[in-house]
Each structure stands twice: as structure tokens, then as C-alpha cells.
Design a protein around this ligand. Structure first.
Ligand SMILES: *[C@@H]1O[C@H](CO)[C@@H](O)[C@H](O)[C@H]1NC(C)=O
Ligand SMILES: *[C@@H]1O[C@H](CO)[C@@H](O)[C@H](O)[C@H]1NC(C)=O
Ligand SMILES: *[C@@H]1O[C@H](CO)[C@@H](O)[C@H](O)[C@H]1NC(C)=O
Ligand SMILES: *[C@@H]1O[C@H](CO)[C@@H](O)[C@H](O)[C@H]1NC(C)=O
Ligand SMILES: *[C@@H]1O[C@H](CO)[C@@H](O)[C@H](O)[C@H]1NC(C)=O
Ligand SMILES: *[C@@H]1O[C@H](CO)[C@@H](O)[C@H](O)[C@H]1NC(C)=O
Ligand SMILES: *[C@@H]1O[C@H](CO)[C@@H](O)[C@H](O)[C@H]1NC(C)=O
Length: 475
């Protein structure tokens, strides 16, 4: 963080010089697109415990990290937490323990549920996040417990017993799995944390050594209906999601199955609120073929070099600019309503998380500041609006919040500072000033001095290789 004098000097240097105008940005609040649910991350596979000091994070820094992630005032104000519904029979290693770790005997036996009010650290994390204002908890299962599956193992793929073409000696576990997911929701609700979104698959295209379960679109549709009808019978109001495909194209490939209309006149899509996909094997660059809202529910840099302080060096997969661009593209080109990174904070020196914890050290990466640059100013129910740039190396996105505040994200991938006029067009409220917040190699979401807005237009400049959020202030 800079002191006041340094901020003033930087502001003068960046914004007050009389530049020739390089580029023009036009915002059009009358052309409106998707609405926003928000931004967030997961702390699944016991990563929630890292935040609570498993590897030495002090109480002071535990609060600091929670504020960075969940406080709108002191941090990014993430609005979505993606929790893993555990399928493991223990909590060793990084396992997420199940609420029914062992088979009750058969699909029709009385279930033997257990609730530890902990959920691999995710339950207390949910409480802490909610206390800081987080509205949405997305509970998602990577797999059913092993005894419900064809391979008798929560790991290594396999299918839910009873789903199309998949039978087991132990019987048909489809309804038991739906009841199990509903019971998980009930445990959270009874303990004071409403789960708002529910999913039952994770990357069903992958057969991996950790919790995983296969499904194609037809099989997913079959279970969506069973789960949807179970929730209806139980009178539980929750947003159902599907299918967290490993990539955007892989998720697209599942959609025809979800749209098949059955003899009851309904498709699985009718039961869904959100279609969810990941960014790994194919990035979110196009809208999915669904009438439902869509969320990018997981993506990260799994293999890049540790680059916490790099906003831009060479366009590497872990750099802040890369993620600013990933987020902007997902909203502008892929029509998503939410962007959820993989891990928020974890004790490691990889790029899997946005915040690296090293024992009691806290390192918010540039990826985190890029996410925060969107999340802090684009709040739930904001609507994306049209925004265009006259310069190809300057890209833009814009959103209008329900309180009339407009947030404009300008990414400058040029090699020098670029002067801009930004025209807000016709606004719903009179805009007096805008506040620029800059992230670059030098700055971490640094708040600069306000700019006066005259006749809904202002002149400014953005640094080379930077992300700037311009946030309007009304009367
Ligand atoms: C517990 O789960 C593991 C796989 O995660 C499996 O190998 C083991 O057999 C299970 N134990 C019991 C008692 O079911
Ligand atoms: C229910 O599961 C618990 C472990 O969660 C186990 O200790 C207990 O024996 C089980 N009860 C029955 C009746 O199977
Ligand atoms: C999904 O798998 C089932 C079972 O193997 C098969 O019958 C069905 O045709 C598949 N659906 C699609 C869309 O590939
Ligand atoms: C974008 O998503 C919304 C739902 O949030 C949908 O109504 C709209 O048709 C989608 N637009 C495109 C171009 O797919
Ligand atoms: C920014 O430009 C560099 C070349 O200077 C390119 O490698 C990189 O992919 C660009 N990044 C974005 C987000 O467009
Ligand atoms: C925490 O992460 C750091 C960086 O990866 C590692 O050196 C350290 O050993 C970890 N702490 C513990 C207690 O495992
Ligand atoms: C908290 O994290 C900061 C930043 O990494 C570090 O300097 C400090 O030593 C940590 N511990 C406490 C108690 O502040």
C-alpha cells in the first residue's frame, strides 16, 4: 500500500497529464446482458483448515485472510463459496469425510448419517464467510460414497449404481444418493447455514485418483430429475446445478442430454437453475447452449511457476493479467453469471490458490487482486452492459449495480500508458466522479484520486500492462 502523498503523485502522473487521446471507450447502459451472481473460490479437500491454522497461520492472519476474501470493505467481498460434499470414509490425508461414511447395508436400509458440524473445515468457514456478507454457498459433490458406485470406490471414476446402463449387485442407489444430498443440505440448514446451490458431479469426464464419478449428459439428466423431484417433495427451495464439466466444451457436450423432454413433458434443464462448467480442457469463450444462467465454477493454473507478484511478464498461466483477461472474457464472450477460481487460500507455493499461505506468511497473488478488482465492485444482481473500446490492446467490460453504481474494467495490454476518454452514455443517475483502482506489476488494487465527470464523460490514462476498475459515484 502506498501513502497518501505517493498516491497523489501517482495519480497526477497517470491521470492529469494532457495526453493526446489514444483510445475511446463507450459504455451503453441501455444495452443490457446477463445478471451477475458473483465471484468466489473453494476451500475443499481440507484447504479450509489451512485458513484456520493447520499450518501455523496465526489468529490475526486468519482474520486477515478471511477479510481479504469475504469482506467487501476490507477485501474482495467474494459472494460464492464452493464447498465439497465429502464422499470419504475418513479424514486422513486430504479426504473430505462423508455424512454417511459406511454403507447402511442396502439402498433401502435406514440410512446411517452422521454430522460433525465441521465438514473438513468448510462448515466453520461458511459461517465466517457469511458473517462477512457472503450470500451464496454452492455445495457440490465430487462423487457419491464408494458403496453407491459401480467400482465400489469414491475414487477412480465409476458410476452411480442404477443410472442408465450401470447396475450393481447391491441394487439401485439413485434415490439413496438424492436423499443423501438432501440430508447434507438439512444438516447445514439445521446448523444455521443455508446452502443456496446444489450440485452432484465434478468433472464427470475424468477418471482420477481422488473422488470422481462418471456421467454423460443423458445420465446426468436422469439424476437431475430424481434429485429435483426429491427436493420438491421435501419442500426445499435450492438452486440445482449441473454438471461441472472439466472444460467449457465438455460441459457444452452434456447439454443436449439435459434438454431431452421426457414423457412427463419435462427436461432436466427445467429442474436446473444454473449450468456449471470448468475452464481446464477448454476455456469459457462462448455462451453455453442453455436458457439457464451459467457459472464458471472452477479453473486455475495447475502447473505454472510460482508467480505471486507478477501481473505481467510473458502472459504466463499464473499471471494476474492472464486472469483479468480470463474473467473478462468469461463474462463478455461466454455470458457467465459467476466466476469461481479453484482454491482461495492454501499453504503452498503453487498457483492453485489465489492467496498463498506459507506457515504464518500471507501472500495475496496478483491473481487475487485481479479477481478482487471485479468482485469488489460488481455485486450480486448487477447487470453486464455493453462497452466497447476503439483500441485492440485495451479491452473493456462494464456492469451496472442495482444501486446505480457502474463499474468499468479496463485491461491495457499495451506496452505504454494509454490515454482514454470514457463515455458513460445515458446514465440512470447523475455521475459526479469516478474512482480508479489500479492493479499492475507495481500496484495491488490501489485506489487513486477521483476523477471529475463532465457530461457523462471523462479523460484518463491507464498504465501499461494494467487492470483498472473505474467505479462511478453518484449524488
Ligand atoms: C475407505 O475408503 C477407501 C477409499 O477412499 C477404501 O479403499 C477403503 O476400503 C474404505 N474402507 C472401508 C472400511 O470401507
Ligand atoms: C453408523 O455409522 C457409524 C460411523 O459413522 C458407526 O460407528 C455405527 O456403527 C453405524 N451404525 C450402524 C447401525 O451401522
Ligand atoms: C450416455 O451413456 C448411456 C449409457 O452408456 C448411453 O445409452 C447414452 O446414449 C449416452 N448418451 C450420450 C448423449 O452419449
Ligand atoms: C446469456 O445468459 C442468459 C441467462 O443468464 C440467457 O437468458 C441469454 O439468452 C444468454 N445469452 C446468450 C447470447 O447466450
Ligand atoms: C498481452 O500481450 C502479450 C504480448 O505482449 C501476449 O503474449 C498476451 O497473450 C497478451 N495478453 C492478453 C491478456 O491479451
Ligand atoms: C506450508 O507451505 C510451505 C510452502 O509450500 C512449506 O514450506 C511448509 O512446509 C508448509 N507448512 C507445513 C507445516 O507443512
Ligand atoms: C501475518 O502475515 C504477515 C504477512 O505475511 C506477516 O508479516 C506476519 O508475520 C504474520 N503474523 C502476524 C502475527 O502478523
Amino acid at each position: 500500500m502506498l501513502n497518501k502523498a505517493a498516491v497523489a503523485a501517482l495519480t497526477t502522473a497517470l491521470f492529469s497529464r494532457a495526453y493526446a487521446i489514444d483510445a475511446e471507450i463507450k459504455v451503453d447502459l441501455q444495452t443490457r446482458y446477463q445478471s451477475v451472481d458473483g465471484f468466489g473460490c473453494s476451500q475443499a479437500f481440507q484447504r479450509a483448515e489451512d485458513i484456520f491454522g493447520k499450518y501455523g497461520l496465526s489468529p490475526k492472519n486468519q482474520s486477515y485472510v478471511l477479510d481479504l476474501m469475504y469482506s467487501e470493505e476490507r477485501g474482495a467481498g467474494f459472494t460464492i463459496l464452493r464447498n465439497g460434499i465429502g464422499s470419504s470414509n475418513s479424514s486422513i490425508s486430504n479426504f473430505m469425510n462423508s455424512i454417511e461414511p459406511f454403507s447402511p447395508g442396502s439402498p433401502t436400509s435406514k440410512p446411517n448419517y452422521t454430522w460433525d458440524h465441521y465438514n473438513s473445515g468448510q462448515f466453520p468457514l461458511s459461517q465466517q464467510a457469511r458473517a462477512r456478507g457472503l450470500p451464496y454457498i454452492y455445495a457440490d459433490a465430487w462423487s457419491a460414497p464408494g458403496y453407491m458406485k459401480t467400482n465400489q470406490d469414491e475414487n477412480w471414476g465409476g458410476f452411480l449404481c442404477g443410472i442408465e446402463d450401470e447396475t450393481c449387485p447391491s441394487g439401485d442407489w439413485r434415490q439413496a444418493y438424492a436423499n443423501y444430498l438432501v440430508q447434507y443440505i438439512k444438516f447445514y440448514a439445521e446448523s444455521g447455514v443455508p446452502v443456496t446451490h446444489l450440485g452432484f458431479l465434478n468433472e464427470p469426464q475424468e477418471v482420477v485418483s481422488y473422488a470422481s464419478m462418471g456421467s454423460n449428459g443423458t445420465q446426468a439428466a436422469e439424476f437431475v430429475k430424481i434429485l429435483g423431484q426429491t427436493l420438491e417433495r421435501e419442500g426445499i427451495d435450492i438452486e440445482l446445478t449441473c454438471c461441472d464439466g472439466v472444460g467449457w466444451s465438455e460441459q457444452e457436450a452434456m447439454i443436449p442430454g439435459l434438454q431431452v423432454v421426457g414423457s412427463d413433458g419435462k427436461s432436466a434443464e427445467d429442474y436446473l437453475s444454473v449450468v456449471t462448467g470448468h475452464g481446464y480442457s477448454s476455456a469459457p469463450t462462448f455462451p453455453l447452449s442453455t436458457k439457464r444462467r451459467t457459472w464458471l465454477t472452477e479453473w486455475t493454473d495447475l502447473s505454472g511457476a510460482f508467480t505471486p507478484y507478477t501481473f505481467f511478464a510473458d502472459g504466463g498461466a499464473g499471471e494476474g493479467m492472464t486472469w483479468a483477461n480470463n474473467i473478462q472474457t468469461a463474462f463478455v464472450n461466454a455470458n457467465v453469471s459467476a466466476f469461481i477460481y479453484w482454491i482461495g487460500a492454501e499453504n503452498s507455493t503453487t498457483n492453485s490458490g489465489m492467496i498463498n499461505l506459507i506457515n504464518d506468511e500471507v501472500i495475496p497473488s496478483k491473481r487475487f487482486w485481479s479477481m478482487a478488482s471485479f468482485s469488489k465492485f460488481v455485486r450480486p444482481h448487477a447487470q453486464r452492459v455493453k462497452a466497447t473500446s476503439s483500441d485492440a490492446s485495451v479491452t473493456v467490460s462494464a456492469f451496472e449495480n442495482t444501486n446505480g453504481v457502474v463499474a468499468i474494467q479496463v485491461i491495457n495490454n499495451g506496452t505504454s500508458a494509454t490515454s482514454l476518454t470514457i463515455d458513460l452514455g445515458q446514465t440512470h443517475k447523475k455521475v459526479k466522479t469516478v474512482v480508479p483502482w489500479v492493479t499492475s506489476n507495481d500496484y495491488d488494487l490501489e485506489e487513486l484520486t477521483k476523477i471529475d465527470v463532465k457530461q457523462n464523460s471523462f479523460v484518463t490514462s491507464v498504465p501499461a500492462r494494467s487492470l483498472t476498475s473505474f467505479v462511478t459515484e453518484c449524488d
